[in-house]
Ligand binder design. Structure first.
Ligand code: CO
Ligand code: CO
Length: 362
């Protein structure tokens, strides 16, 4: 699988007359090698040469991991000596020094300087090509995403009992995260959002020390990671009797979510899907309160291509995976967002989520 992905990349490199690609630790490196490394203060580079050979510059502490994919071609250093010597050895070993692809969004200055010290000076951004390869999911990737979705849905169900007047947002977030961990989640892909009452008007209202009150709408937006793959769900629940205005807003967001999902099929554009949801909210008179794009791609990252937004004329193809998450945010009153994870299929679409979107009143 990883070999096949590298072959795809190698043919892209050939087309673009690139001599090498230099990766930093992260999801792209995982996608092409199966190696899970975290970007840290310890300099780590992976070099994929035009002939398919993988070479690493890595700290000794990661050696056993790195050697599983690049036996005998790792230039390593200890914490005490630092990477300078390993960089000079790599420089002698490095082959052709033509055009080298890198990930502009992830490579930090220290990694860029190291790449230049090795002799790779003509760095070009390869993000767009890599994003395109990653966008269309393989069947095995979709299976892992389904499992990640199962984890978030079961964890939401298991947490509802804890959501009541007096409960603190952070406690609810802790419960959600505990339930996800128990079910096999490797961690959280982003800070868990529990935004109740007036805090719900903050689209990114991370759980805080606010207590739940009767009459609050609560936006719960959280994610799991299963074998590297992310699920990202939002449901908005009510505690006690909420105002008629919030009830109305809830129904508008639900309709925008459902109608946009129905419109997903190969051949339509990301713009079309965004517009489908946005026009419903606009025509209901709440257009100015839907302040973000409709959704984002997901997979090995919580945010990746394709982005569901007005300016994106990308034509959807089978295998693409993304969220649909319209929202309305009313200052001082509260917010509603409903988020599902969608896969484009040959016939139309598959909603990985089946958790109810009817308003849950606790
Ligand atoms: Co989300
Ligand atoms: Co999202």
């Amino acid at each position: 699988m990883f070999q096949k992905r590298r072959e795809n990349l190698l043919s892209l490199m050939k087309e673009r007359e690139m001599d090498a690609v230099v990766f930093v630790p992260g999801s792209n490196l995982y996608y092409f090698t199966g190696l899970k490394l975290k970007q840290s203060e310890r300099l780590t580079l992976a070099i994929l040469a035009r002939d398919g050979k993988l070479t690493f510059l890595a700290p000794q502490v990661e050696l056993s991991k790195v050697e599983t994919v690049a036996n005998k071609s790792t230039f390593w250093y200890t914490d005490e000596e630092g990477p300078a010597n390993a960089i000079s050895q790599l420089k002698e070993h490095a082959g052709s020094l033509g055009i080298v692809g890198v990930e502009f969004g992830y490579m930090r200055v220290m990694e860029q300087k190291a790449a230049e010290a090795i002799g790779y000076e003509n760095l070009v951004d390869l993000s767009h090509c890599i994003n395109e390869l990653r966008m269309q999911k393989e069947a095995n990737e979709i299976e892992l995403m389904k499992k990640a979705v199962q984890i978030v849905e079961e964890s939401l169900e298991a947490t509802l009992d804890y959501i009541k007047p007096g409960a603190v947002e952070i406690e609810i977030a802790a419960q959600l995260e505990y339930e996800m961990r128990r079910r096999g989640s490797e961690g959280t892909p982003f800070g868990t959002i529990v935004a109740s009452g007036y805090r719900g008007a903050l689209p990114h209202g991370r759980a805080a020390d606010k207590k739940i009150e009767s009459g609050d709408l609560i936006v719960l937006d959280f994610g799991s990671i299963y074998k590297g793959y992310v699920a990202d769900i939002t449901r908005t629940v009510a505690v006690g009797e909420i105002s008629d205005e919030l009830k109305k807003v809830y129904e508008i967001v639900k309709k925008a979510n459902e109608t946009a999902i129905e419109a997903v099929k190969p051949g339509v554009t990301a713009h079309d899907i965004d517009e489908t949801a946005r026009s419903i909210i606009r025509e209901a008179g709440f257009g100015q309160y839907f302040t973000h794009r409709l959704g984002h791609g997901l997979g090995l990252s919580a945010h990746e291509d394709p982005y569901m937004m007005q300016q994106n004329n990308l034509v959807l193809k089978s295998g693409m995976a993304f969220t649909i998450e319209p929202g309305i945010y009313l200052k001082d009153k509260g917010g509603v967002r409903i988020e599902d994870n969608i896969i484009v299929t040959e016939e139309g679409h598959l909603n990985l989520m089946s958790y109810t979107k009817d308003l849950i009143v606790l």
